[in-house]
Design a protein around this ligand. Structure first.
Ligand SMILES: [Zn+2]
Length: 268
């Protein structure tokens, strides 16, 4: 998770267990925009077999269903399933297994990806092949629910509340939503900034396909985030839901961490 950074450094903030595994979250974000109910990413899902899950040790009691129900919604209420990218820990929850059949978890939702990333994910390179699982991806297209964000026509987002930043260091054309909410801009950081531990520039995950591009993208994004006081929503941070960053002499550093509810007026 920290690429070339030595374990003797990162284990101070993210201690590993006897199997060298660390705790991470798969935190999703639900956005209400008028009549639309947009879910951003959906975790690893429940359909993988024991062998697969033995590498990941899922823990904790949260699930998509219980989290949606707690807010008074169900899977059928989701109108838009926005996928930052198609690695299994971001899109696995979008397709479920009923008996032996694969079905969309959100039967009334449009599933959003982009054309370049879809190409990349469905014809995977050897390095990312284990992250792009057919069973998470192909049923979306077969169901007829897949739509591409029409970046090439200059319309960068299908939603009024959202702009999209494209990052191609982690994988090709990952989409980072920048959501307008009251006076805030909430950025769903996906794997551009998995946790607060990844703020210093060289902390780039070993999974990234183009780490030098990630360095450039992260530096530009974090500088903008510091200047504009963006709220950074952290998908993988085991503890912190959100943070802000600030410029320092050493580069951009953590400013403050806080739960999302601090800026919501809904009381969730
Ligand atoms: Zn991830």
């Amino acid at each position: 998770m920290f690429g070339v950074v030595p374990k003797s450094i990162w284990q101070k903030t993210n201690p590993a267990d006897a199997n060298n595994l660390c705790s991470w979250a798969m935190r999703c974000l639900l956005v209400e925009d008028g009549s639309r109910l947009i879910l951003i990413d959906n975790g690893i899902g429940t359909k993988q077999d024991e062998k697969f899950l033995s590498h990941y040790h899922l823990h904790g009691d949260d699930s998509l269903t219980t989290s949606l129900n707690a807010l008074g919604f169900s899977e059928a209420d989701i109108t838009d399933m926005f996928l930052s990218h198609l690695h299994f820990d971001h899109c696995g929850g979008g397709v479920k297994k009923v008996g032996e059949k694969l079905q969309l978890t959100f039967p009334n939702a449009t599933y959003w990806s982009n054309e370049d990333h879809w190409e990349w994910a469905t014809k995977p390179n050897a390095r990312e092949k284990a992250s792009f699982l057919k069973e998470n991806i192909l049923p979306i297209q077969e169901s007829g629910h897949l739509k591409f964000v029409l970046e090439k026509e200059g319309r960068s987002s299908p939603f009024d509340c959202m702009e999209i930043f494209y990052a191609s260091g982690h994988t090709d054309k990952m989409m980072i939503p920048k959501i307008k909410y009251k006076e805030h801009t909430i950025c769903f950081m996906a794997d551009l900034l998995p946790s607060t531990g990844h703020i210093p520039l060289p902390y780039v995950m070993g999974y990234d396909t183009r780490p030098l591009i990630t360095l450039q993208e992260k530096e530009a994004f974090l500088n903008e985030a510091a200047d504009q006081q963006y709220v950074l929503f952290l998908e993988h941070d085991p503890v912190n839901e959100c943070c802000t960053v600030k410029r320092t002499e050493k580069g951009v550093r953590l400013d403050r961490t806080f739960p999302l509810r601090e800026i919501l007026n809904t009381g969730y």
